[in-house]
Design a protein around this ligand. Structure first.
Ligand SMILES: *Cc1c(COP(=O)(O)O)cnc(C)c1O
Length: 360
């Protein structure tokens, strides 16, 4: 049996079946259906948010945010993220400008953001890496001082709180993903969150082809709507979120114990936060160490993920930019298996194998 880096959470099939019966009786599959509305409502209530739009995926969420804010020119962003963070900028005609990361937290370094500001900068797009919050206070200060907008790619951030508030509540827009591999998922799915009701209205139009009414179009739109079947999975999964968060925390401390004394480093979690334990990342001493760990784990059908790799500064459509810290870390970082029904025995075995590979 293979142990992958992640395994999607599945609720009891009967619970999903109940929602399907409702869908069959209403014969309403998509286009702002009752389950989509219910999911948006429950998410806002659970996370204490004013505005949230449920979308097809986290990549469309990024594209919608960039489009609705009318971004052009240069957007300062992090090289240490999933490819969608950078590709969305390029897709929307913006130029990504890479500000290197802080080697301790692996999040974008506010000092490096300041160095990269020019008169062409229109926004900052930062990722809360592994659910660990960026320095939101400093980033907000920089943005206000230089009159640029802030988007957070909060795809990893479900359940993390900063200063007692959901991490989704920061920035002009926060985007997130509810993909099957994420801590909370709706199979495919995503959302945008904003404190600004005008921006919300615009993004709501844009998610539905720009429709204001059946015959009127208020803006250039796209199809970013999600379906009743997807929302149903979200409604089923939502009530397991407290269990999922608690389980991840326990499994993470089990890894901490098992890997104690190894030559690995772990990202430093922000002090003012309630962390969601979305990923268990380890930074090894060298790429050779990483390869030997991978070899031993693969031999035992354990498949961690080189995440994030490569550094986005090395994408062939990102020209002439270097981010030495991100490039160095991305070559030696691994996310270890972490999912709801991973057992202590499996974690212990993974730790033993890592120690063997590193010759302890
Ligand atoms: C998963 C992820 C995305 C993309 O979300 P999808 O829902 O898969 O489109 C974007 N950014 C980050 C950091 C992610 O982890």
């Amino acid at each position: 049996m293979t142990i992958n880096v992640t395994k999607p959470f599945l609720p009891p099939i009967e619970e999903y079946g109940e929602y399907l019966k409702g869908i069959w009786s209403r014969e309403w599959l998509t286009n702002n259906g009752p389950l989509v509305n219910e999911l948006e409502l429950q998410l806002k209530r659970l996370l204490g948010l004013d505005h949230l739009l449920y979308l097809t995926n986290g990549t469309v969420a990024l594209q919608l945010a960039i489009k609705a804010l009318g971004l052009r020119g240069e957007v300062i962003t992090t090289p240490f993220s999933y490819v969608a963070t950078t590709s969305s900028l390029v897709w929307e005609g913006c130029t990504p400008v890479m500000a290197d990361i802080c080697p301790r937290t692996l999040n974008i370094d506010p000092d490096k953001i300041e160095e990269k500001l020019t008169e062409h900068t229109t926004a900052i797009l930062a990722t809360h890496v592994y659910g660990n919050p960026c320095d939101v206070d400093r980033i907000e200060g920089i943005a206000r001082k230089h009159n640029v907008r802030v988007i957070y790619d909060a795809a990893h951030a479900f359940g993390t709180k900063v200063n007692g508030r959901s991490l989704f509540s920061y920035g002009d827009v926060s985007t997130t993903s509810f993909h099957a591999t994420k801590l909370f998922h709706t199979i495919e799915g995503g959302a945008v969150v904003t404190p600004d009701p005008e921006l919300l209205r615009l993004m709501a139009q844009m998610r539905n082809f720009g429709h204001v009414s059946p015959t009127e179009f208020g803006a250039v739109g796209i199809n970013g709507k999600n379906s009743e079947m997807h929302a149903a999975m979200g409604l089923c999964n939502l009530k397991y979120v407290p269990d999922i968060l608690a389980k991840r925390r326990i499994l993470s401390s089990r890894y901490d114990e098992g890997l104690n004394g190894c030559a690995i480093r772990r990202p430093e979690i922000a002090k003012n936060c309630e962390y969601n334990y979305a990923y268990y990342a380890v930074v090894l001493e060298s790429e050779e160490a990483l390869v030997s760990v991978l070899d031993v784990l693969h031999l035992h059908n354990i498949v961690p993920r080189r995440y994030f790799f490569p550094s986005l500064s090395e994408l062939k459509y990102v020209h002439d930019q270097s981010a030495p810290i991100s490039e160095d870390i991305s070559r030696r970082v691994l996310c270890l298996p972490l999912y709801n029904d991973l057992s202590f025995e499996e974690v212990d075995m993974i730790c033993r194998l890592i120690k063997r590979a590193l010759r302890y």
